[in-house]
Design a protein around this ligand. Structure first.
Ligand code: ARG
Length: 391
């Protein structure tokens, strides 16, 4: 029997896929769950349901540090957000696909399967990597059989599959954020029920006192939080915790999906919002005006590529090089003030600061104010000529 490796989370889609791949496609199914920092209970759940469904083999691959160091760090350096969403799911997909390819090679499988539906972006992201980095056949049972969520539920019940949870939401989580879709959230008119949130406090429950958080960066990457040095994976979780306590990072947006659909999306991204805001605050101190304008442009390009399943596009690699070159001076410390969902830089310092207190102070005698007169006289020369004509 030919083997297929299925990217498996233990959620409804991938649970149903196991049985479909066995019964409708005639494969021996190997499941693999790539750990990109989803909550530990999620991993246990995936292990338990793999045991219950009795897949031929189940892998759990720890890719947490690789996700933080090779993917999220690039997201931070680029300030990458797509329509206000820090790309938590989008950044993880290329890595998950890569890990699944490695297992498929090791297992001598002939195909790779995923549980994406035919409406979302993740099918593009998985398949773009699988097709460009391997020759495996790709199977997408939910899309190929055009199943609805209710049909999947019925199929799971009929086949005695463990129903993942009573919740109707489709949730995707990793250390960079949590995405909640489906059910009542589908109608943009409906106010999200409080129970969709797990990482962030509501504004009324958030801390009543403002909290100061310091973040230190080295070449654009955070290395310490509140004076404590730690590896990026741990630092991200710390940032999630602190941000979440202060009601930071809830996003409720109408997102423009790849196939053109508008989709109401809810995210919890406390750490991402905190770290990107701190990173931007430091950039303002150390980069020139022209660099900042260009960084903003690169940021948009970068986020669009990541969102649009083009991680393997050479332009992404080119941008990474340009960004890294600029980030060589983005080292220093920022203090952010968090208070009930708001986030504000209140202190910044760096050895690479382009700000000069000697030059800007009103007490300065060194910069001769009179010398600026000539500059003013000729500023806007063409506009002045145009207005003269009008007169
Ligand atoms: N809209 C987000 C993206 O395309 C999240 C998709 C996955 N979310 C989910 N709940 N299944 O990156």
């Amino acid at each position: 029997m030919e083997k297929v490796v299925l990217a498996f989370s233990g959620g409804l889609d991938t649970t149903v896929c196991v049985k479909l791949l066995e019964e409708e496609y005639d494969y021996e199914v190997i499941t693999a769950c790539v750990d990109v920092g989803q909550p530990r209970e999620e991993l246990e759940k995936s292990q338990n349901s793999a045991d219950t469904i009795n897949t031929s083999k189940h892998y759990i691959i720890d890719a947490r540090d690789e996700f933080a160091n090779e993917y999220i760090s690039r997201g931070i350096k680029a300030n990458a957000e797509y329509e206000g969403y820090p790309l938590s799911t989008a950044l993880a997909r290329p890595l998950i696909a890569q890990k699944i390819i490695e297992i498929a090679e090791k297992e001598g499988a002939t195909a790779i399967a995923h549980g994406c539906t035919g409406k979302g972006n993740d099918q593009f992201r998985f398949e773009a990597i699988i097709r460009s980095m391997s020759d495996f056949k790709v199977i997408a049972p939910i899309r190929e059989l055009n199943l609805t969520r209710t049909e999947e539920m019925d199929y799971a019940k009929d086949h005695g599959l463990p129903l993942p949870s009573d919740k109707l939401y489709s949730i995707d989580e990793n250390m960079w954020g949590r995405s909640i879709e489906g059910d009542v959230l589908e109608d943009p008119k409906n106010i999200p029920p409080e129970d969709i949130y797990e990482w962030t406090k509501s504004l009324q429950d958030a801390k009543d006192e403002p909290e100061l958080v310091s973040v230190e960066f080295e070449e654009g990457v955070p290395i310490a939080i509140n004076g404590e040095m730690m590896k990026l994976t741990d630092l991200i979780w710390k940032a999630n915790e602190i941000g979440g306590e202060n009601g930071i990072g809830r996003v409720d947006t109408i997102e423009n999906r790849m196939i053109g659909l508008k989709s109401r999306e809810n995210y919890e991204v406390p750490g991402a919002k905190l770290l990107i805001a701190a990173h931007q605050a430091l950039e303002e101190l150390v980069l020139t005006k022209d660099e900042l304008r260009f960084a903003e442009y690169m940021s948009t390009l970068y986020a669009d590529l990541v969102y649009n399943a083009l991680w393997q596009e050479p332009l992404r690699e080119d941008l990474d090089q340009a960004i890294d070159s600029m980030q060589s001076r983005v080292s220093g410390k920022v203090v952010m003030r968090l208070y009930k969902g708001s986030i504000m830089p209140v202190s910044r310092e760096s050895d690479f600061s382009l700000h000069s207190i000697e030059q800007i102070t009103f007490e300065d005698k060194e910069t001769d104010q009179r010398e600026v007169e000539g500059m003013i006289k000729y500023h806007g020369l063409q506009a002045a000529n145009y207005q003269k004509l009008n007169r």
